[in-house]
Design a binder for this molecule. Structure first.
Ligand SMILES: Cc1cc2nc3c(=O)[nH]c(=O)nc-3n(C[C@H](O)[C@H](O)[C@H](O)COP(=O)(O)OP(=O)(O)OC[C@H]3O[C@@H](n4cnc5c(N)ncnc54)[C@H](O)[C@@H]3O)c2cc1C
Length: 386
């Protein structure tokens, strides 16, 4: 770290302390408004988008300062971005969007004025995304979209869906897919929340019934969406790698403190399990640095993003599983119980992270990517050729 890097850390820390938004409101609508107000504060003061070009309101930081940024944000416990646009759609728009699209979409997304959600998966198309069926037919200056998406995270809060739709024949698979940006409030769009294991409604089903979408809201060429989607998917796996590594560094220290308070550190088995997590959280940090380095050098995160995703997903499952184990019966109490430990955060995390090895591509799909693209093993015959 240079003197300037350390000065940047001090400035950022002071800013985050001085403008900290406090504790989140309980009511979901109020919490959304509170998060939006925080994102606007970051943006208006030039502290949003550490890796984004300055032209679109970002900070365009160096590698070292991006690392510092994520460490300080995790330390400050401030709200993260809303929706999934920032990490996934934005790099796709920056790479493939027209200048007009960049001007129209990027700054409002970064400022939190518009929440973006990812509509890729369908009831019959998850790992095998090229089999998706949501149809978009051209009608004059518009596309008319009909079909269904599922597991769309943050759909209930979304203003915009970035989607993959079929513009080719039913059999065209990856050759007939187009990347379309759809107004979530347009006539014919219906969102039906789905309940997850925690009892919350993180994701939803989204139905499109003859929704008209201007052709100007297509990114890239018609039927070329698969190439764009692969950029998005790489960024999805890389997105937040550093942020998560920094956050789990803090969470592991909190678990170590809890184990100490409860007199569990005398147990050599517990010390062994915590040491294992300690080693893994450090590896996660180095790997996240490698991913940021790849993005800076080549513009793309590359297949190492699948390694990041695997490391984070299995780590977050294991740390919560250990925490619930260490707490014994108390670990199973819900937050309304008076004897619940730390408002039941560890149980909530345990339930929430069951899905970590499914979302953003299942564990098996990530392993396939690592096998084929990192280790050079033969290609999965069931998936499209690269
Ligand atoms: C919390 C969460 C949030 C999500 N958010 C979004 C979102 O915002 N937007 C969105 O579009 N989607 C989202 N998804 C959906 C997610 O991308 C899919 O669930 C995922 O791609 C798997 O698809 P599937 O559920 O259809 O399972 P399937 O693809 O049917 O897989 C079933 C099982 O078969 C295995 N399998 C499938 N193909 C292969 C293969 N070739 N080799 C080896 N094993 C294989 C899988 O690993 C899995 O174990 C989310 C999912 C979760 C859990």
């Amino acid at each position: 770290m240079t003197v300037e890097d350390e000065a940047f850390r001090d400035r950022l820390r002071q800013f985050l302390t001085g403008h900290h938004p406090g504790r989140p409101p309980k009511d979901p609508r109020e919490r959304l408004a509170w998060t939006k107000a925080w994102l606007a504060t970051l943006f208006d003061n030039g502290y949003a988008g550490p890796s984004w070009p300055r032209e679109f309101g970002g900070m365009e930081l160096s590698f070292a300062q991006q690392v510092i940024y994520h460490e300080e944000v995790a330390r400050a416990r401030v709200p993260g971005p809303l929706g999934t646009g920032l990490g996934i759609a934005a790099p796709t728009i920056i790479t493939y969007g027209t200048q007009e699209q960049k001007q129209r979409w990027l700054a409002p997304m970064l400022r939190g004025d518009k929440v973006w959600a990812q509509g890729y998966s369908e009831p019959e198309a998850g790992s095998d995304l090229p089999s998706l069926r949501t149809m978009a037919r051209r009608d004059g200056a518009d596309y008319v979209v009909s079909g269904q998406k599922v597991w769309t995270s943050h759909a209930a809060d979304a203003d915009i869906f970035f989607t993959l739709v079929r513009t080719g024949t039913r059999e065209s698979r990856q050759h007939g897919i187009t990347y379309l940006v759809i107004d979530a409030h347009a006539p014919g769009v219906q969102v039906r929340p789905l309940r997850d294991l925690t009892g919350g409604h993180l994701f939803a089903e989204v139905f499109f019934d003859d929704v008209r979408v201007p052709a100007g809201d297509r990114i890239g060429e018609e039927n070329d969406g698969w190439r764009l989607a692969r950029t998005s998917l790489g960024h999805e796996r890389a997105a937040g790698a550093m942020n998560q590594a920094a956050m789990y560094r803090r969470v592991l220290t909190e678990l170590e403190d809890l184990a100490r308070e409860r007199g569990l550190l005398a147990d050599p088995l517990v010390r062994d399990q915590l040491t294992d997590l300690e080693i893994r959280v450090r590896i996660m940090r180095y790997n996240a640095q490698r991913t940021i380095g790849d993005i800076l050098a080549k513009g793309e995160p590359g297949p190492a993003s699948s390694v990041s995703r695997l490391l984070v997903a299995t780590f977050e499952q294991d740390i919560h599983e250990l925490a619930v184990d260490l707490l014994g019966q108390a670990g199973l109490l819900g937050k309304s119980e008076s004897r619940a430990v730390q408002r039941s955060r560890w149980l909530h995390g345990f339930l929430r992270t069951r899905a970590s090895t499914i979302g953003a591509g299942t564990r098996e799909i990530q392993l396939n990517t690592v096998a084929e693209q990192v280790l050079g093993l033969p290609h999965d015959p069931g998936m499209p050729a690269r």
